[in-house]
Design a protein around this ligand. Structure first.
Ligand SMILES: [Zn+2]
Length: 59
């Protein structure tokens, strides 16, 4: 199990750039991406079945 699909949902946050962009996996296996703090904020949610980091099946 990688850090991103940790059992503790509060630790499922990963920085994906040097500008505090981050993605987070919530309890419902939804991937939340928050990016663009410096250039206009972007937020998106995706339903995912596999961990984007290690490919482990979720749910
Ligand atoms: Zn993983």
């Amino acid at each position: 199990m990688c850090e991103f699909c940790n059992v503790d949902v509060n630790k499922r946050v990963k920085n994906i750039s040097d500008e505090n962009d981050e993605m987070q996996l919530n309890k419902a296996s939804q991937l939340e991406v928050a990016a663009g703090w410096q250039h206009g904020f972007t937020y998106a949610e995706f339903n995912i079945k596999y961990c984007p980091m290690c490919g482990r099946g979720l749910g």
